[in-house]
Design a protein around this ligand. Structure first.
Ligand SMILES: [Ca+2]
Ligand SMILES: [Ca+2]
Ligand SMILES: [Ca+2]
Ligand SMILES: [Ca+2]
Length: 233
């Protein structure tokens, strides 16, 4: 009986062991809004837009004041509009989009059999954050609003920020089919440009090694039962 209890304990232990996995679905490319070089690109202040000088425009840095008028503004009379799109870029990344765009982003990915979603987050790197995030904008998943994203404090005209939205567990079921449609409705923006967006899923999955141990435990129970039957006959 002790052996049976021990085996049962091992079985329960094995069945509770899970591993973690991570799934990332990327829309667009991480290439600093497509600027092939940041040399000579200045922010509204006249300082280098690529503040850390690593050759790529990133969150915390700036979209460039291309016409040198001391502001980032694609609208007339300022002309800072850019189009750095390459083959394969989605139509809404690496390009100045103008004011108040409404965007639909279709993520697709594979959620392996047996995986359970434990967290999901949406990330988007965009500017002009001094305006695009000064006012709230709505992000929806599969047509259901996830709430308003309220502006963070502006750090200068043309500022680039990464916005992260953590989805409530209410949305996990809608993400299980490997497709996720995120829509963004901006309100009262100056200009919006997007480098890329991504969907990050964290999952749990039974460990193959645990499954092996589970099978061994199950076989142990069978073998012991046969021994008991053999001893009784
Ligand atoms: Ca690109
Ligand atoms: Ca940089
Ligand atoms: Ca300008
Ligand atoms: Ca890009």
């Amino acid at each position: 009986m002790k052996k049976k209890l021990l085996l049962l304990a091992v079985t329960l232990l094995c069945s509770s062991w899970v591993g973690a996995d991570s799934i990332t679905s990327l829309i667009g490319d991480i290439d600093g809004f497509g600027f092939s070089s940041t040399t000579g690109l200045n922010s509204f202040s006249g300082d280098p837009a690529d503040t850390n000088g690593n050759g790529i425009l990133e969150p915390g840095e700036f979209l460039p004041d291309l016409n040198g008028d001391g502001r980032y503004d694609p609208a007339s009379p300022s002309k800072d509009l850019f189009n750095n799109q390459e083959a394969g870029d989605p139509s809404f990344t690496d390009i100045g989009l103008g004011i108040n765009p409404i965007l639909t982003l279709d993520f697709s990915y594979i959620l392996p059999t047996g995986h359970t979603i434990t967290s999901a987050s949406f990330h988007i790197v965009m500017g002009d954050s001094s305006f695009a995030q000064r006012n709230s904008h709505i992000i929806s998943l599969e047509g259901v609003s996830t709430g308003e994203i309220v502006a963070s404090s502006s750090t200068g005209d043309g500022n680039i920020l990464e916005t992260i939205v953590n989805f409530d567990s209410f949305f996990f079921a809608a993400l299980a089919d490997g497709n996720a449609q995120v829509t963004i409705s901006y309100d009262n923006t100056d200009d919006v440009a997007i480098d890329y967006a991504l969907l990050q899923l964290e999952t749990t999955v039974p460990e193959p090694s645990s499954l092996g141990l589970l099978l061994l435990a199950f076989l142990g129970v069978i073998l012991q039962r046969n021994l008991i039957i053999n001893e009784a006959t």
